[in-house]
Design a protein around this ligand. Sequence first.
Ligand code: GLN
Length: 483
Amino acid sequence: MFRFTSIKDYHTALNAAHTTCTQAVKYYLDQITEHANFNAYLEVFSKEALSYAADLDTERKQGKSIGKLHGVVIGIKDVLSYKGHTVSAASKILENYTAVYTATAIQKLVDEGAIIIGRQNCDEFAMGSSNENSAYGPVKNAIDITKVPGGSSGGSAVSVQAGLSMISIGSDTGGSVRQPADFCGVVGLKPSYGRISRYGLIAYASSFDQIGIFSKTIEDAALVLEVMAGEDEFDSTVSSKPVPAYSKLIERKEIENTTSPKKIAYFKETLFHPGLDAEIKTQIEYYLKDLTAKGYIVEAIDFSLLSYVVPTYYVLTTAEASSNLSRYDGIKFGHRTKESITDLNDLYKKTRTEGFGEEVQRRILLGSFVLSAGYFDAYFTKAQQVRQKLVDLTNSVFSKYDLILSPTVPTTAFGLGENNHSATEMFLADIYTVYANLVGIPAISIPLFTHSNGMPFGLQVMSASFNEVGLLSFSKEQMNNKI
Ligand code: GLN
């Protein structure tokens, strides 16, 4: 039977002719069918995945050099454009929309030999924390199907968790990669803002959105990041900084780590937040003490702005969303109402009422409100000011410390339907994750812990912008220590 542990081991097995890409694809197709009840995939690209796998097998047997992601089976969140394939943002409004080009990040994966196996379920337009906002039904957590997988990239997290793909590609605007990674017990990486091109990623809030990676290991996340990162003429917000060879550097860094202890900060307020589960608190505190015992300098710092991060995030992201989503008007994209209409406004209204789900509508309304003439200064400008304060705080923290640690989410995965009654409770699930998006720093959730309720939870590691090498090497060390 096919077994996946890491890309490196998979490549060793391929080169030794112990397995083939075709075998791998067949295995994942079977797994996806067998676990269809998780609802992780909206569509599986069976035929083309098998045919691409056969091509790769032939090339390899002919002795051609293999790409960095040769035969790596990857699922993509349904917000990433892949030419000729449906991309719906898990929304009815884009139900039959076919991508007319391929997202740069996805193209780079394919150019290195990755096999895209299908598109994954998520919250509609990536808005949500539980995957219950998909127009195509919720995704189930594979550890306990009565629980949510987190969101918005729930399908992508479950795909890696349950072994339905080797890697998944998601998007993270306020935690949508890290939070489901935490709930599902896998690695979830959100790189620095501007590290990976957003060209071809359906926009939610453009100054926050980043493409992210789900994997079982840090080494695999590093390799996939290395492939996807870098300049792109189609996205002017991508950094022109050269892309480090992450996968190689984290090997070397590990040696340095043993001789140079890192300075680590944690925000006091995150551990004393009333919403934080008592056992998560205890386990993280114990873990921080253990780091000190291992020679790290671990210090608590003040984060009096903590209670502002969620409101600031929701003011700014809904404002950006109301503008980004105005293009779905029934004229240019996707669904158009079949009802009789009186004028253009009526067409917009009926189309958008039918096409968008409740949460998306709520956010468009909230965003339009905070941008409206009478309230702009009170909400939007204020939130921008808080964002600037957070950036200043971040710069000062990273002038003294290498990393910031926190829980990823205040609770473990909650039950399906449990948080549905209150949007504010749901928003609280984002309290530790939105900060990294507000200031653009990279952040990762690593699956270090298990709660006595049987569910996994993660440690969130954050570093200064573009210090993914530091972030990944520390994370790798922590994962190794766990094993
Ligand atoms: N849960 C957050 C929200 O609902 C994060 C979403 C995301 O990162 N795409 O906005």
